[in-house]
Design a protein around this ligand. Structure first.
Ligand code: AMP
Ligand code: MN
Ligand code: MN
Length: 318
């Protein structure tokens, strides 16, 4: 990344007193880890920090230090607004209403729309938390054990335990530094990637029971009814897609999750030869080459047929 841009952004953060830190709707481990890691480091420098997620903090992330400070709406005036792990401004939800253009956009998505004054986008970083793990200490922002745990959680979850194809030696070195600073790798791994609630396991059952294959594409869906029957509390797929990605002889996995209000959340995962972010962008979504998503309005069955056909066409799998 451009050194002078980095310098400028982090110097501005040093001189700010009131800082708003925000990340994306339907927050994942990197969104929450980056938000908390940066915010707690700024608080250690006696800055006033507001932590905002427009969907609030999901129950599964409430073990992370600082998670009790997260609110759903920004309130007040800020010297600096920092958006983390967010490829475009729409992904912040409606939490930034009445706020000016963000100052710093810190992200690793190739589909980032560069919406802030300082756009610090490193597409080689495996997680936004990796960028913070590298630059917070370089620019004199403290990395306490709480900050280290938040950032390590972001890195572990976005890489599915350091096993995604974008992994680098640098990411492992930075993760090791976070461990040295007090990050509890086995504990975070267990909570972020292995633990499942009983309800989530039954919800997986509903998805697995309708799993389909055509050539090297597989897909499954989760309806509102599936969610109601097992009383699953989230609007997500309970990470079922990451399990489906382990099925042999498969290049593309697609997951459809009914959201209510006529929206279906679509997620893609792919083997390295295929860039599914292209297909997600066709539906006004985004993401990475190997993991992308979009929210599409319409009927589940229609969307399923349309998305599968479009995925095959765009990725030359006919
Ligand atoms: P998901 O399928 O939600 O697990 O997301 C996979 C990747 O795609 C993540 O990096 C998300 O940040 C990104 N992503 C998911 N949905 C969208 C969307 N509607 N717009 C832009 N990026 C998205
Ligand atoms: Mn994310
Ligand atoms: Mn991320």
């Amino acid at each position: 990344m451009d050194e002078s841009l980095l310098n400028g952004a982090f110097q501005e953060l040093h001189s700010a007193q009131r800082v708003l830190v925000i990340s994306h709707i339907r927050p994942d481990g990197d969104a929450v880890g980056s938000l908390l890691g940066l915010g707690l480091s700024l608080q250690a420098l006696n800055k006033e920090v507001q932590f905002v997620l427009s969907d609030g903090i999901p129950v599964i992330f409430r073990h992370l230090p600082g998670s009790d400070q997260v609110r759903k709406q920004a309130n007040g005036n800020f010297d600096k607004i920092v958006v983390v792990d967010c490829s475009d401004l729409k992904r912040t939800g409606d939490a930034l209403t009445n706020q000016p253009v963000p100052d710093i956009n810190l992200d690793h998505h190739p589909t980032n729309t560069e919406f802030a004054k300082y756009n610090l986008v490193d597409v080689k970083a495996v997680a936004t938390a990796e960028i913070l793990a590298e630059y917070l200490p370089k620019f004199g922002f403290p990395v306490s054990s709480q900050v280290a745990n938040a950032l390590l959680f972001g890195m572990i979850t976005d890489t599915l335990g350091f096993r995604t194809f974008n992994m680098t030696p640098k990411a492992l070195e930075l993760a090791a530094k976070l461990m040295e600073a007090g990050g509890n790798l086995p504990g975070l791994y267990q909570r972020g990637l292995l633990n499942k609630t009983f309800k989530a396991a039954r919800y997986w059952g509903a998805g697995l029971s309708n799993l389909e294959r055509e050539g090297r594409i597989i897909w499954a869906s989760l309806t509102l009814e599936d969610r109601r029957i097992v009383k699953y509390p989230g609007r997500d797929d309970a990470d079922l897609i990451n399990f489906l990605s382990t099925i042999e002889d498969t290049d593309i996995v697609i997951m459809f999750v009914e959201q209510g209000n006529g929206i279906v959340k679509v997620s893609w995962r792919s083997q390295p030869a295929y860039d599914v972010s292209l297909v997600a962008m066709h539906y006004d979504g985004g993401g990475h080459s190997a993991a992308a998503g979009a929210s599409i309005k319409g009927d589940l069955k229609d969307i399923q047929a349309n998305v599968i056909a479009q995925t095959k066409t765009m990725l030359g799998m006919m």
